[in-house]
Design a binder for this molecule. Sequence first.
Ligand code: C2O
Ligand code: CU
Ligand code: CU
Length: 455
Amino acid sequence: LKPVAPGRYEITQRVADVEILPGVRTPMWTYGGTFPGPTIESRRGQAITVTHRNELPVPTVVHLHGGRTPAESDGYPTDLVLPAGWSGGHGHAMPDPRAVQSRVTRTYTFPLDQRPAMLWYHDHRMDFTAPAIWRGLAGLHFVRDDAEEALGLPSGPRELPLMITDRAFAADGSLDYPSLDATLRERPGVRESFLGGVLGDVILVNGAPWPIHEADAARYRLRILNGSNARHYELEAVTDDGRRLPLVQVGADQGLLAAPVTHASLPIGPAERYDVVVDFASVPVGGRVRLLNRLGTGRTAEVMAFRIARPARDDSRVPAVLSQDLPSWDSPARVREFSFRAGPMPGGHGWLIDGRPFDPSRTDVTVGLGDVEVWRLVADVHHPIHLHLAGFRVLSRGGRPPLPHDAGLKDTVSLRPGEAAEIITRFDGYRGRYLFHCHNAEHEDMGMMANLEVR
Ligand code: C2O
Ligand code: CU
Ligand code: CU
């Protein structure tokens, strides 16, 4: 996306027909007419503003996921931008005296005083985040700096963002979301098909179904986001002759690892990002490497393919030391525990944190600015838990050391069924009202979200 002036961007949210399936028009809710929305490229510590104009028929609010952002620009779920003709009241079910709403436009300020990373921006409207993202409100945002660029990792055309999402389509090409917005607002949460979240049977990478990318026989840096509402993947890169290429992880949600970690396959829950280098040098020209999903069946077991089109010279490298500024903390001021479970709530069943559904008028946790805390997160089923504002380290899972893919600084940890994990973080940055929640987007809409007040 080109700035309109240095550090200033404008995005119009509007309905657009997008060609997702070949030759078929799919009406979507878009950032700027495309899906994914335009990618924003920025530099560490150089603040930008993004003015969003809402020409959609519904209220919206933008959150920069992974951003270290002042609360007033963090996209709190009731801080809505109402469409011009909107007469539906506050646009959400519950009153929130602290909501800061605007009509048609809102300018968000992002200081981006944070480690280089691939972030993503998406809608965060209370009770309606899942259908809004499903309909298309998601885009990527890179933060870069000189130190990272000096490492010599694959770059230019050999650095590929891969936003992986699943969607379902109706016969006329429109997106099929198995609910009406109204149904979600009433929070029934009881429909079986809904409890696990909404899955699609078509896998999209950057908005294209099962794409084939023409690649050089060289190293590629894949910046992977699972932008799906609810689907988990376990990715592997497999050649035509059945070899699994090593996935060399160089970064996590919040930027570079201290040192590379090599995986044969990589689990990725909703909202997680992995920064991975794969080397195609051993693949003969004309051969293919398929990115597969070990958790899928039939076509959901496939994600995309690379066709090795030409031999190539490769000056890239993966240094043994990637970064030396990874924070690690000890001596937490507090240890807290939170449970993430299904349970009864008004109007049916919902997804709850410590037995309660989200309520914007309640403060669930108050932390001091600069405090180090350990949070123990306990899950009943799969829940990818995301914390706004602060990146964290995973300390343990199920009482054991973290898994290899838990390395680095994260903002989303994918809890497995029945699992408890401990994370440690320091709440720095800004004071104000933030959130933590499950990033299964349907779980989030059905209550699994809580308020975090940084004082
Ligand atoms: Cu990606 Cu609170 O969200
Ligand atoms: Cu977030
Ligand atoms: Cu969940």
